[in-house]
Design a protein around this ligand. Structure first.
Ligand code: SF4
Length: 309
């Protein structure tokens, strides 16, 4: 797209981006940014970033527009500093970030840099409805460090785009259905194994796994139309059948071991033959078929006394 030579070294890729983006920045009339903290006492906004693109967006053009979720407002610099000390190490493992931009006004007389106008848009988008909820309001404490995403086994496997939302991962599962509606974003609350790692690592102690579980019951209670059967019940018949079959196999030690042993035997055939099987064809078109461990049967037999009986 940029007509650049194909490279894989980070430094070279950075150079390509830098050469291309500098030209773009020079022509833009307006720069957009988010806000990490909006500090009420000083009327300042604080932007934290590692690449310098935020600073370019906020200073290179004549107009800077900052979009700030209302939950980002804190009272003082002291409050913001505490959150900053939690945010950066949780996000990157570094003690401080490369670029801290604290903006208090447009360019003043005599200053060389900065936009001529700064506009701050305070975004509600259902946040005040969340704030009224005595249980789910806790998700508004999120400082967007991303550590719950990095520790989530589901996010690790499927990546951010699969959530089909601006906010992926555990925190996305909690806030997306609330901000944008259960009907369109309810699918996200199923993308969770309830392992609870996210709740353990969150620096602001949001009980994410608990909130995800509670949203699941809310989802069933709301009864999305596409989950309802003709008789008005909420259960998906095929899912119910599959779960019943799985329960029969998984709760009987002998059957479970035999099933794993068969899976182990036939696993090598799965990869070449799966694309020919109608039920699996679409699934494997975009995914690698999982590889089972070669000595799975032996391992499972050894676990017999501990787990199954
Ligand atoms: S929920 Fe917690 S861990 Fe996840 S992004 Fe927000 S602050 Fe970070």
């Amino acid at each position: 797209k940029l007509g650049a030579k194909l490279e894989s070294e980070p430094e070279k890729l950075n150079e390509i981006a830098r050469v291309h983006l500098r030209k773009e920045f020079q022509t833009f009339k307006m720069g957009l940014s988010g806000v990490n903290f909006a500090i009420a006492n000083e009327g300042a906004i604080w932007l934290i970033e590692n690449e310098g693109n935020g600073r370019m967006s906020t200073t290179a053009s004549d107009i800077h527009v900052a979009i700030c979720g209302i939950e980002k407002i804190v009272e003082s610099f002291e409050d913001a500093s505490i959150l900053d000390a939690l945010l950066v190490p949780s996000a990157t493992g570094a003690p401080i970030t490369c670029y801290n931009n604290i903006i208090t006004s447009p360019r003043k007389a005599g200053e060389l840099d900065g936009p001529k106008e700064v506009h701050i848009i305070l975004l509600d988008n259902n946040r005040s409805t969340m704030l009224k909820d005595s249980h789910f309001y806790r998700a508004l404490s999120c400082i967007r460090c991303g550590t719950c995403l990095n520790h989530c086994p589901v996010y690790d496997k499927i990546g951010g785009h699969a959530y089909l939302s601006t906010y992926p991962g555990p925190i996305g599962e909690v806030i997306s259905p609330q901000l944008f509606g259960m009907r369109d974003y309810g699918h996200m609350v199923n993308l969770c194994s309830l392992c609870g790692r996210c709740s353990e690592v969150c620096p602001v102690k949001i009980p994410l796994a608990e909130l995800i579980r509670d949203l699941r019951s809310e989802k069933v209670g709301q009864g999305r139309k596409n989950l309802k059967n003709n008789d008005g019940s909420l259960r998906n018949k095929q899912e119910e059948y599959a779960m019943n079959q799985f329960a029969k196999v998984a709760t009987n030690g002998n059957t479970w071991r035999r099933t794993l042993s068969l899976a182990n035997t036939f696993a090598p055939l799965a990869k070449p033959f799966a694309p020919l099987i109608p039920g699996l064809k679409n699934w494997v078109a975009y995914r690698e078929f999982p590889t089972l461990s070669g000595n799975l049967h032996k391992k499972v037999s050894n676990m017999k006394g501990v787990i199954y009986e």
